[in-house]
Every structure is written in structure tokens, then in C-alpha cells.
Design a protein around this ligand. Structure first.
Ligand code: DAH
Length: 347
């Protein structure tokens, strides 16, 4: 006579082989694997087994359970159903997807605005130029026509690395990206064997440093984008046309600009650039100051070895944070540097 457990196993497998629907499979599961099923009943039968036979019976019971369970798992997979004990991922294709885009990394808003600005100017023919953030006073001041004793050079308004009262060439964290104008002009003149041979058309985005008290609109570090265009017979008309074109490309076709006369040591004439645009649907149209600009001062050209009789140029410098804050209605510059993901994810 065959062992009752062998009988149970043979039975179970034979019945399983006849199952041909999910409902039938479930009924089979209840009958054999369920809490009141036959395997459970057989387990209960162990108390009637003679003590000496218990280990063998137990081992046999485990083997049968395992085999029957595996047969069920295989059948469940074949019937497209899910079995709890099957290892590996169980995919419910009807479940709504998780939004993984939420956790995708991307550039900081300042980086993205900088790249957009560079892109707009690139379309107008401007290349990108870079210069060091640790500068010297020759490039930050002297060659930009900001002479010794000029108030802009006050130690309290600049991050000097060397003592300007002692060093002959004090180093400093640059306070403006206009330094890159000087660097580019010097490089082009050097490359031309002592004179400028081709026009210059560059923008240079980057960090600048000033020991300003931090508040909603000031930070000791911020970003500027500088522009420099030098050619034969460049006039204020090209400057204004370039700025208008930029404003419309970046802020939309309704954008208007206005130039207000002002003073910068490195440009003559100099102007403050204002932009008029409805930045967001819920905001009124208003004038917003974007930065400074002007015709490159002949002394600035000459200081870098460019003949001001043969060449002329325009320059401009905007604050990138201000542009970003205007465009995205950000009320406080500190939000841009706090690295709070709850804020950054909104942009
Ligand atoms: N460097 C100026 C600043 O930091 C901005 C500026 C004004 C740049 C006029 C220019 C310019 O190139 O022509 O305030």
C-alpha cells in the first residue's frame, strides 16, 4: 500500500493537471494548500504517528508540501495569476506608473538661466569667454579705467586677497565680469602679434563677489553676464539693436527696452538698461533694471593694446539673479542659494 502522503501528492498533482481556469486553480489551492486544505490536515495527522516514525513522516511531509507548492506556483504563473510565494518581481501592468521624473536631477535655476542667456547671444554671433574669479587689480580696475583712489576700489567694497595698501599687484575676488573684457582683448591682441586683427564678439557669464550685507536683493556672491563687441565703426545703434533683439528673444516679442544715461568709468557714453515686459500673466507691465552698458571707453581699448582710432565697441553687463528673479517671480535672492529642494523643484 502506498504511503498516504505519496497518495496525497499524486492526487494533488493529478488534479492540478486538470485545472484549466483561474477559478479552478483557486479552488484547487483552497483544497490542497488552504488553511483547511489537505496538506494542513496531513500535518495535523502527525500526532497519530508513532514517535519513532515522526522524523521520517515530518521529512516526507515537508518534501510533499514543497513539491505541491512549487507545482502550484508554476501553474499560477502559467494561468497569469500572481502567487505570493513566487520569487522575483510581480508586475501589475494596470497599476498607475510612478512619476520617476520627479527625482531626475537637473541644473540649478541659475545655471539654466545662464545657459539660456548664452544660447540667445550665441544665436546673435557671440562666443563664450571665461576668465578667473581670483583676479588682480589690473584687470578688475586699472585697465577698465578705474584708477587708484577711485571709490570703487575701497577695501570695504571688495574682497581683496592681498592688502591693497602693500601689494603692488593686489589680488582680489573679481567684483565684476568686466574683467573678462580686458582678458579677451589682451589675448586677441597677443594672438595678433601686438595688434587686434579681427572683431571681438563675446559674452562671459560668471560669479562675482562683493562684501555686501546679505538681504532680499543682495548677496556677497552673484552672477553676471558680460558682453563685448568690438569691430570697425561699431556705434550705439548696434548696441541698442543687440539689446532689443536680446530682450525680445529672451522675454518675448512684446518686450521693450530703454536706455537711461549714467556713468561707468569703462564706457562713454554709458547707459542703464531697463526692460519693459509683463513677466507673468498675473503681474502688471513694469520697467525693470537689467544692468549697465555703453560704448567701450577709448582708454579701455588702448589699455589692452587696441587702437581706438581704428576700432570701436560696445559692452554690457547684467545681473543673472535679477533676470532669473524677474522671470520666475522669485522674491528673495537668498532663495537661490539656500538649496532648499522644496523651492528648487518649483522652477
Ligand atoms: N560692471 C558693471 C557692474 O558690475 C556692469 C557693466 C556696466 C558692465 C556697463 C558693462 C558695461 O560692460 O558696459 O556694475
Amino acid at each position: 500500500m502506498s504511503h498516504p502522503l505519496d497518495q496525497l501528492q499524486a492526487d494533488a498533482l493529478a488534479k492540478l493537471a486538470q485545472v484549466n481556469s483561474a477559478a479552478g486553480l483557486e479552488a484547487w489551492r483552497v483544497a490542497y494548500l488552504g488553511t483547511k486544505g489537505q496538506l494542513k490536515a496531513a500535518m495535523g495527522g502527525i500526532k497519530d504517528v508513532a514517535p519513532a516514525d515522526k522524523p521520517a513522516f515530518g521529512a516526507r511531509l515537508n518534501a510533499v508540501s514543497k513539491l505541491v507548492q512549487e507545482a502550484y506556483d508554476a501553474a499560477a504563473l502559467a494561468h497569469g495569476g500572481a502567487s505570493k510565494s513566487v520569487a522575483g518581481p510581480q508586475v501589475d501592468v494596470t497599476e498607475p506608473g510612478r512619476v520617476y521624473a520627479e527625482s531626475l536631477g537637473r541644473g540649478h535655476i541659475i545655471t539654466r538661466v545662464r545657459d539660456e542667456l548664452v544660447e540667445v547671444f550665441a544665436r546673435m554671433g557671440f562666443a563664450v569667454a571665461q576668465g578667473p574669479e581670483l583676479e588682480d587689480d589690473t584687470h578688475n580696475f586699472i585697465k577698465l579705467n578705474i584708477p587708484p583712489h577711485h571709490p570703487a576700489r575701497e577695501p570695504s567694497d571688495n574682497f581683496y586677497v592681498d592688502d591693497p595698501a602693500k601689494a603692488t599687484q593686489p589680488r582680489m575676488m573679481r567684483s565684476q565680469t568686466s574683467t573678462v573684457q580686458v582678458r579677451v582683448m589682451e589675448q586677441r591682441v597677443a594672438a595678433g602679434g601686438g595688434q587686434l586683427r579681427e572683431p571681438i564678439k563675446v559674452v562671459s557669464p560668471g560669479r562675482v563677489y562683493r562684501p555686501d550685507a546679505v538681504d532680499a536683493t543682495h548677496s556677497f556672491m552673484f552672477h553676471q553676464i558680460e558682453g563685448l563687441c568690438i569691430d570697425r565703426h561699431v556705434t550705439m545703434v548696434e548696441l541698442k539693436a543687440t539689446l532689443l533683439h536680446f530682450a525680445r528673444a529672451y522675454f518675448g516679442p512684446e518686450a521693450e527696452i530703454r536706455l537711461r544715461p549714467t556713468f561707468f568709468p569703462f564706457t562713454e557714453p554709458s547707459a542703464e538698461l531697463d526692460l519693459k515686459v509683463r513677466l507673468r500673466p498675473e503681474q502688471p507691465v513694469r520697467w525693470m533694471e537689467l544692468g549697465g552698458c555703453g560704448m567701450v571707453h577709448p582708454r579701455v581699448l588702448a589699455a589692452s593694446g587696441i587702437d581706438p582710432e581704428a576700432w570701436s565697441g560696445f559692452a554690457f553687463g547684467f545681473g543673472i539673479e535679477r533676470l532669473a528673479m524677474g522671470k520666475y517671480a522669485i522674491p528673495d535672492i537668498r532663495m537661490l542659494f539656500a538649496n532648499d529642494l522644496r523651492f528648487l523643484r518649483q522652477l
